[in-house]
Design a protein around this ligand. Structure first.
Ligand SMILES: Nc1ncnc2c1ncn2[C@@H]1O[C@H](COP(=O)(O)OP(=O)(O)OP(=O)(O)O)[C@@H](O)[C@H]1O
Length: 280
């Protein structure tokens, strides 16, 4: 069964439209959600969680329709958004007491183990935590109530490389039982390339692709050469081109590259940079 199915979600703001957003995440998989600043990642996440009210479309979590109100489904979700909200003047121990009441499956021991692993001061007022410390606290909370689907919006960008790697390992561990899944948005595409099974790319409120990562990276490649060589490539196999004083490179379909050209594997970051980039 799919962990999450987003079907034709639409939302119109004054100057931005989320346009028929559809993608799904199988059980046991990590989906990376990528896109430029302002592409619509956070807006999609807030609309699918019911934090903002969508105009139309359906969101299904483990086969059940979710509008944001169903507490039974909320129990299964571990959510960390890019802005963290904690009541002013409280510390981690007080937060734990509050979360214990909210979540039926809350596990205090697991929570305190994460806080110790993240080296967080339990008695310190959370308003005096750094941005990264607040993020670590939110991640610990999301992982401590036996959630089956994690929804993480830009959670790793404020973390130092050591903690970021610890968090990526935790996420890989989280999906090991094949029943849990993760949707994670990030601008650190190398992190996503490391841990994700699927990648969804949104641009200007529209899904450009939502695909299995390995198939995606096998389907496309980079071709490098002189500007003249690159310009001679058949337009229907070229997805994007960049040119500079020293030469050019094109993102192309992997089958059908002409002989005699320099071909290299492509990364998710290069795909995003080159996708639909026009010849000058
Ligand atoms: N409540 C709102 N009212 C009006 N416009 C909104 C609202 N929420 C989001 N938007 C607009 O939606 C667009 C997409 O914003 P969003 O935060 O989803 O982008 P993003 O892909 O998460 O970007 P970033 O990577 O910078 O975080 C922006 O133009 C933003 O101004």
């Amino acid at each position: 069964m799919e962990a999450l199915k987003v079907d034709n979600v639409c939302k119109t703001y004054q100057e931005f439209v989320l346009d028929h957003i559809s993608f799904s995440i199988p059980g046991g998989a990590i989906m990376g959600f990528i896109g430029k600043n302002g592409a619509g990642k956070s807006t999609t996440i807030k609309n699918l969680l019911g934090i903002n009210k969508k105009d139309s479309g359906t969101v299904t979590v483990f086969g059940e329709v979710f509008t944001g109100k169903e507490n039974r489904i909320k129990e299964k979700l571990g959510v960390v958004l890019d802005e963290t909200f904690f009541a002013p003047g409280v510390n981690a121990v007080q937060i734990e007491k509050a979360l214990r009441i909210i979540y039926q499956n809350w596990n205090s021991r697991v929570f305190y183990d994460y806080l110790s692993m993240f080296r967080l001061d339990l008695k310190k007022n959370i308003k005096d935590y750094s941005k990264g410390m607040k993020m670590k606290l939110s991640i610990a909370a999301a992982l401590s109530h036996d959630a089956r689907l994690l929804i993480l919006d830009e959670v790793t960008s404020g973390l130092d490389p050591i903690v970021r790697n610890e968090v990526l390992d935790l996420l890989l561990e989280f999906i090991q039982d094949e029943k849990r899944s993760i949707l994670i948005s990030s601008h650190i595409l190398s992190d996503l390339e490391k841990i994700c099974d699927y990648i969804t790319y949104i641009d200007n409120g529209k899904i450009i692709f939502s695909e299995n990562k390995d198939e995606l990276l096998e389907s496309y490649c980079l071709v490098k050469g002189s500007i003249q060589q690159i310009r001679k490539l058949a337009p229907d196999m070229v997805l994007g081109v960049s040119e500079n004083a020293f030469g050019a490179q094109a993102l192309v379909c992997a089958d059908g590259v002409p002989d005699g050209m320099i071909v290299e594997p492509v990364t998710i970051e290069e795909m995003m940079l080159l996708w639909k980039k026009e010849r000058k």
